[in-house]
Write a protein that binds this ligand. Structure first.
Ligand SMILES: [Zn+2]
Length: 120
């Protein structure tokens, strides 16, 4: 599952430990699975079972997929995190990404493969 995707104004580097979203100006957002009960419960609820790494990777990729589909230059939420200034509507984007993840898991869709297809 490791590799680099270019989508929604960013490079998404998928590593063994997690994922980094890197913007053209050098700002980046690293993400790794949390090792706590809340995180594990979310993985279970979204359909990832115990695979918190997969949930983490597909979450960051999900931000880019939705930004791409909506025709945005980048994910406003991830960009806000990179800049240290939260996008005021970040909760709406978070809910959309989490919903996309649950939908994709229930439908048997691999969001990394979706992102690869969209990236061309
Ligand atoms: Zn998020």
């Amino acid at each position: 599952m490791t590799g680099i995707l270019r989508l929604a104004g960013s490079e998404i580097e998928i590593a063994r430990w997690g994922v980094t979203t890197l913007f053209a100006d050098g700002l980046s957002v690293p993400a790794a699975p949390n090792d706590d009960a809340t995180y594990r419960a979310r993985a279970e609820a979204l359909g990832y079972g115990t695979d918190t790494l997969r949930m983490c990777v597909e979450h960051e990729v999900g931000h880019a997929v939705l930004a791409h589909v909506l025709g945005l230059r980048h994910s406003p939420t991830l960009r806000g995190v990179a800049e240290g200034a939260y996008w005021p509507h970040w909760q709406a984007e978070e809910a959309a990404v989490l919903g996309l993840q649950r939908y994709a898991r229930l439908a048997g869709v691999d969001l990394v493969k979706v992102a690869q297809r969209l990236a061309g």
